[in-house]
Design a protein around this ligand. Structure first.
Ligand code: BTN
Length: 253
C-alpha cells in the first residue's frame, strides 16, 4: 500500500481528493498521512484541530468493489468498528461509537471521521476515509466540547509510526469485509459498539431537547431514537439529531 506522509497540508482529505483527480484511472488504495493540517475538516462543516505531530491524522483512499451508493453506510460501519477494535486492543476503556461515526471513550471524543465518497453510476468509485485520532496530545483548546486522547487516559507516550501501522492494518482488514455477505456481521459489530443503545441519554433534534433511547441504526445509517417521555420512536437522518454533550448526560449515566 502506498503511504504518503506529509509534514504539513491543508487537509489530508483534500490532498487525497486532489491526487484522485490527477489520476482518475487509478484503482490502487493509498493513504495520505499528515503531521499537521492547516485546514483540518470535520463533519457538519466543523474544523478538526490538532497540535503538530502528536496525533494521527490520515485519509485512507479505498476503492470498493461493486459497492452500491445505497450501501455506503457499510463504509462507516467498517471504519468505526476498525477504530473501536484498535482502541480496545490498546486497552482504552469504554470504547463506543457515537452515531454516525465518532469514537468515544466514556463520554469523551477520542476520534473523529470524515468519509467522503465519489460515485460512478450506482456505485461508489472512491471513498476517502479521513480519520483523526487523539493520541499523544495532553491539552486541548477550550472551545472543544469533550476531547480526550489515548495519552490522557493511559498516561503513556505512543510511537505514532507504530500506532499508524496498527490502525491502518486493522482498517484494511475491516474494509476487506465490505461485501454483501458480511452485511449482517458489519451491522452487528457497529451496533454492538453503539453509544446510547438501550440507555437513556439527552438528545437534541432540531431544537427539541429530550431524553431518548437509541433503538437501532438501519442499513442506510438512519437512527431510531425513542422519546422516553412520549414513548414514541422516530427515525432520524444525519444532521437531524445529536447527542447533547456531555455535561448534562453525566446526570443520566
Ligand atoms: C469530525 O469529528 O467531525 C470528523 C473529523 C475528521 C478529522 C480527520 S483528520 C484527517 C482527515 N482530514 C481532515 O481534514 N479531516 C479528517
Amino acid at each position: 500500500m502506498n503511504i504518503i506522509h506529509l509534514p504539513i497540508i491543508d487537509s489530508t482529505n483534500d490532498e487525497a481528493q486532489r491526487r484522485i483527480s490527477l489520476n482518475r484511472e487509478a484503482t490502487d488504495d493509498f493513504v495520505i498521512r499528515a503531521d499537521f493540517q492547516t485546514d483540518g475538516r470535520g463533519q457538519r462543516g466543523n474544523t478538526w484541530q490538532s497540535e503538530n505531530a502528536v496525533n494521527l491524522m490520515f485519509s485512507y483512499v479505498f476503492h470498493p468493489k461493486d459497492l452500491e451508493v445505497t450501501d455506503q453506510f457499510l463504509l462507516s460501519q467498517a471504519a468505526s468498528a476498525a477504530v473501536a477494535e484498535y482502541l480496545n486492543a490498546n486497552n482504552i476503556p469504554q470504547v463506543s461509537v457515537k452515531w454516525p461515526n465518532d469514537i468515544y471513550s466514556g463520554m469523551k471524543k477520542i476520534c473523529g471521521m470524515l468519509i467522503e465518497n465519489s460515485v460512478m453510476g450506482k456505485y461508489i468509485r472512491t471513498s476517502i476515509i479521513g480519520i483523526g485520532i487523539n493520541v499523544n496530545q495532553r491539552i486541548f483548546p477550550e472551545n472543544l466540547p469533550n476531547p480526550v486522547s489515548m495519552a490522557n487516559i493511559s498516561h503513556q507516550v505512543y510511537n505514532l509510526d507504530t500506532e499508524f501501522e496498527s490502525i491502518t492494518a486493522i482498517l484494511h482488514k475491516h474494509l476487506a469485509q465490505i461485501s454483501k455477505d458480511n452485511r449482517q456481521m458489519l451491522k452487528k459489530e457497529y451496533t454492538g459498539h453503539l453509544l446510547g443503545l438501550g440507555k437513556t441519554l439527552i438528545y437534541n433534534a432540531k431544537g427539541n431537547i429530550f431524553k431518548g433511547v437509541v433503538k437501532d441504526v438501519d442499513d442506510f445509517g438512519h437512527i431510531t431514537v425513542e422519546n422516553v417521555s412520549t414513548g414514541e420512536s422516530q427515525k432520524y437522518d444525519f444532521k437531524e439529531i445529536e447527542l447533547v454533550i456531555p455535561e448534562q448526560n453525566k446526570l443520566t449515566e
